[in-house]
Design a binder for this molecule. Structure first.
Ligand code: ADP
Ligand code: ZN
Length: 441
């Protein structure tokens, strides 16, 4: 056991020691970036920052931000701070449009990342007696290899099955005694769907922990998964630019996500004014990577919206927490002047019926030129078979959903019920919003 208590010790470091560690690492990383990345030196010059004026994290607010577009503009290697001979691995963000964001990892970067991820797994109660089924995609996406390395470092038996082949996921889960599964919440919903279809009994498995992240999932979704399978679910957060999964995770108190802030220093800023916000206020999450060598990032804007919680958690960890990520700043849909987030739609649907986990949102322009928001919802096969023989009941159910959405979100939704299995299932991150407002017919 001694081996494992060492791993988790930084989680409980007294605050003043943690701040000391952070300050030392910060000055080191700042000078490394400044001296080795010409792009960053220019950025400081453009912003009239004298690097000698940066003496501790208290001076962080004097520094400019690094944006996603900066990483795209310097594609592929313009931000690298070490020679290519030191880079052991590439990963890239799954961004669907334009050039991907490419990250390069040194041995030290891979070690720091797997150390953070193994601490997340320790927090989720995993040790060498666990079998961790990694159902995240392996490849350029950080999910698969991130959980893989973290799991091995924690001493778990890793089952590197990747995403897809749902039948086999269930078979191996049962036969190899999987105790923990890690994948996107969307993919786990798909696994649940399949399990229902084939009459799979979760009680015949040893599964007790679900580790879900890489996309937002609501508290209602969490409850649905836990009720359906009897497992405890944990939220794991991360992003490629900062390392990958394992930047933070929720502890058994399930009261926010602890950030492994001896590696990743968090700030919350107002996304409009870019001013730092006090703890507890919602804004954009910004990270300074304290250890990274390959592509260190100072004040990187994640676009993820949340708040910082600095009160000590009941678990005793001194690491600060963030609220669960409910949306990204670029997820917001403005419909006829009202701000709408996909998460609100999900919460409203699941409050009506916890089975309404398969839905899609379509945005278009009506004949009058105004925005139209349509939600397509898939009832369960059982519900479907009842509703499709009874037009009045079908209309009643449809209206119930439309009215709930109107109440929760504050605008009218066109609401359509669709047949079971008509909404495509995802093996990775799901795409639920389709914005056709600017499409030409
Ligand atoms: P991409 O930006 O292409 O999706 P990544 O695969 O690196 O690239 O995904 C990182 C992003 O995924 C985060 O910035 C965040 O928006 C989202 N994400 C990751 N983990 C979570 C989580 N636990 N809850 C909500 N969103 C998450
Ligand atoms: Zn805690």
């Amino acid at each position: 056991m001694a081996k494992y208590s060492m791993i988790s010790a930084p989680d409980f470091m007294p605050e003043h020691m943690l701040r000391d560690v952070q300050n030392k690492k910060f000055l080191d990383v700042f000078h490394r970036v400044y001296t080795s990345v010409p792009w960053y030196r220019n950025l400081l010059e453009e912003n009239n920052v004298n690097p000698d004026s940066i003496k501790s994290l208290a001076d962080l607010s004097k520094l400019p931000f690094i944006k996603k577009t900066d990483l795209r503009d310097t594609y592929p290697t313009g931000m690298f701070a070490v020679p290519m001979s030191k880079i052991l691995r590439f990963h890239a963000s799954s961004g669907t449009t334009g050039k991907p964001i490419v990250m390069g990892y040194t041995q030290h970067d891979l070690d720091a990342w797997s150390e953070a991820t193994s601490r997340a797994l320790a927090m989720f109660g995993l040790d060498e007696n666990d079998v961790l089924q990694v159902g995240y995609g392996y490849g350029l996406f950080t999910g698969g290899l991130g959980l893989h390395d973290g799991g091995q470092r924690r001493g778990c038996t890793v089952l590197p099955i990747s995403g897809g082949n749902t039948e086999r996921q269930l078979m191996l889960m049962r036969d190899l005694g999987t105790t923990a599964v890690a994948c996107t919440p969307s993919y786990f919903l798909h696994i649940i769907d399949h399990a229902r279809k084939v009459g799979f009994d979760w009680k015949t498995t040893k599964l007790r922990v679900g580790i879900f992240g890489a996309e937002p999932w609501s508290d209602e979704m969490r409850k649905f998964i836990e009720d359906e399978t009897g497992i405890e679910t944990f939220d794991i957060y991360g992003l490629t630019e900062v390392s990958g999964p394992g930047v933070g995770g929720d502890c058994p108190c399930h009261n926010g996500i602890h950030i492994f802030e001896d590696h990743f220093y968090p700030e919350i800023v107002d996304p409009e004014t870019l001013q730092p916000l006090p703890d507890g206020e919602e804004g954009e999450l910004v990270f300074t990577t304290l250890d990274k060598e390959g592509i260190p990032l100072i004040r990187y804007r994640t676009r993820d919206m949340t708040r910082l919680i600095s009160e000590r958690c009941a678990c005793g960890r001194t690491l600060r927490r963030i609220g669960r990520i409910t949306h990204r700043s670029d997820d917001m849909m403005i419909i006829r002047g009202v701000n709408v987030f996909p998460g609100q739609v999900e919460s409203a649907l699941l409050a009506i019926d916890p089975n309404l986990v398969n839905y899609q949102i379509y945005l278009s322009k009506g004949p009058d030129g105004l925005d139209v928001i349509e939600v397509k919802v898939e009832p369960t096969p059982e519900k479907f078979s009842v509703l499709w023989n009874d037009d009045a009941a079908k209309e009643k159910f449809r209206r119930l959903i439309a009215e709930k959405l109107q109440r929760v979100v504050g605008i009218n939704f066109k609401t359509t019920l669709v047949a079971p299995d008509s909404i495509p299932r995802s093996e990775g991150k799901s795409k639920r919003v389709f914005d056709n407002r600017h499409k030409k017919d």
